[in-house]
Design a protein around this ligand. Structure first.
Ligand SMILES: *Cc1c(COP(=O)(O)O)cnc(C)c1O
Length: 469
């Protein structure tokens, strides 16, 4: 059961199927181009979409908007210090701002930054500095049949081999992303953190967390790791963070707010450099691009996210969605991660080749059937054309992510999601693929336009369905 009840509500709008057909046509079958109001259940992302508590909203009302030394900053700093244990805490307007400051300070052209798996923005910020972002997740992390409970772990052997081969001089920092977002919200074990720490110590390279979903990761440790079951989430979090030199953090995830981020650092000279850059890019170090009221909401959210009843519901809601889809015959990434369920679109529509974008077909289908917005993580996002041969290379996995916002949707909303996915799955043979009709040179998934592919061989039912679309 939800360990909370509704006090403030937000109306959501239902559309009819024929309205959605029109909306899709107008948006070029790209769900990023649809007005949010026309979406019934929005599972596009879990980032910045959390519902705040009465306690957080009360905090918003006591915002101290002083330029320097705001009361809310002091509360934010004290809370983050207590939870994470870092000496210096710097606020930023979101996670990628923290990345920008950190990598501008540490990464030079030719450097390498190993991570279990980089998130898009950390990769982009490292590449922007002329560095290389290196993914060293364990092999099982990329194996859809593996049920490893800590699939997000970094492979210590791969890390040490790389350091030995290339030399520690070109590795300014090692990172661990908790949970490992890019491979499906998979957790990292405490044991893995300790092992990676011992390597970082041995070679004198600092270790940082990309800590966006630190509380969800701690909950998995409590439930899955030997000897951790009796400890509180707060204790596990303190333990995890005791092995790192700092962190970047997007408050849009596990601080249960809509905007914000932070940097945590132990080392004074690095903290000083970051502080100076922060003033240049974000704002004075006691607000860092945020309003005082935002800092207060983050401080309160960081406390609330450690509540084990909340985490049990949160992780349980995601797991239940995944398990019910599996029961219905739908293949999803397993084990089910912390913040999202990922449908395997190749298995969902085996008759649609990757060149005809099966993930896009699932995503569009879910909107058409039930007003649900999801995101394709497959060929639309990652397929690449070789500039010389013109040949396309397609990603290994063709996924559709159903990211669950925190504290937003009820179990009945989730039932509607399950029903919609199963409804689409039942009529899978009628569904056809899509082709891209216009696209931008980079990050095309945000703006591309698509058209359904009409094939002569499509059965009657499919022709009818496509005409409707
Ligand atoms: C969201 C996210 C970021 C970036 O944070 P923003 O607040 O969106 O800038 C970085 N790393 C991971 C793992 C994330 O999930």
């Amino acid at each position: 059961m939800e360990p909370y009840r509704n006090k403030v509500i937000e109306k959501i709008y239902e559309t009819t199927r024929s309205e959605r057909e029109e909306i899709l046509k107008e948006a070029g079958y790209n769900l990023f181009r649809i007005p949010a109001r026309k979406v019934y259940i929005d599972l596009l992302t879990d980032s910045g979409t959390s519902a705040m508590s009465t306690n957080q909203w009360a905090g918003i009302m006591v915002g101290d908007e002083s330029y320097a030394g705001s009361e809310n900053f002091l509360h934010f700093e004290k809370t983050a210090r207590e939870i994470f244990g870092f000496k210096t805490i710097l606020p930023t307007h979101q996670g990628r701002a923290a990345e920008h400051l950190l990598f501008s300070t540490l990464v030079n052209p030719g450097d390498y930054v190993p991570n279990n798996s980089h998130f898009d923005t950390t990769r982009a910020n490292i590449e922007h500095r002329g560095g290389t972002a290196l993914d060293l997740v364990i092999d099982e992390g990329l194996d859809p049949t593996s049920r490893n409970p800590f699939k997000g772990n970094m492979d210590p052997q791969k890390l040490e081999n790389f350091i030995k081969r290339e030399g520690k001089e070109i590795i300014p920092i090692i990172m661990l992303t908790i949970t490992n977002n890019s491979i499906g919200g998979q957790p990292v074990s405490l044991e893995n953190v300790r092992t990676i720490r011992s390597i970082s110590k041995k070679y004198g390279i600092p270790l940082f967390f990309d800590a966006c979903r630190f509380a969800e990761n701690a909950y998995f440790i409590k439930k899955r790791e030997k000897g951790q079951g009796e400890r509180s989430i707060r204790e596990i979090v303190r333990d995890m963070f005791s092995y790192v030199d700092g962190c970047i953090f997007s408050a849009k995830k596990d601080a249960l707010v809509n905007i914000g981020g932070l940097l945590g650092i132990n080392e004074d000279s690095l903290a000083e450099k970051l502080k100076n850059l922060l003033i240049l890019y974000e704002g004075f170090p006691t607000y860092g691009g945020l309003a005082g009221r935002d800092l207060e909401a983050i401080a309160r959210g960081l406390e609330e996210v450690l509540d084990e009843n909340y985490l049990a519901f949160r992780i349980g809601q995601v797991r239940e969605l995944g398990e019910r889809l599996i029961e219905g015959g739908v293949q999803v990434l397993q084990p089910i991660g912390g913040h999202a369920v990922y449908i395997d679109a190749k298995a969902f529509f085996p008759h649609i080749p990757q060149s005809q974008l099966p993930g896009q077909a699932v995503s569009v289908g879910l909107y058409l059937e039930g007003g649900i917005r999801t995101v394709e993580i497959g060929s639309v996002m990652f397929a690449k054309k070789d500039p010389e041969t013109g040949e396309m290379t397609y990603p290994k996995l063709e996924l559709v992510r159903l990211a669950i916002p925190r504290r937003v949707y009820s179990q009945i909303h989730i039932n509607h999601v399950v029903d919609t996915v199963l409804k689409l799955y039942k009529k899978r043979e009628e569904i056809r693929g899509y082709k891209i009709v216009s696209e931008a040179p980079v990050l095309r998934h945000f703006t591309a336009k698509f058209e359904p592919i009409l094939t002569k061989r499509a059965p009657k039912a499919a022709q009818k369905q496509l005409q409707q679309v």
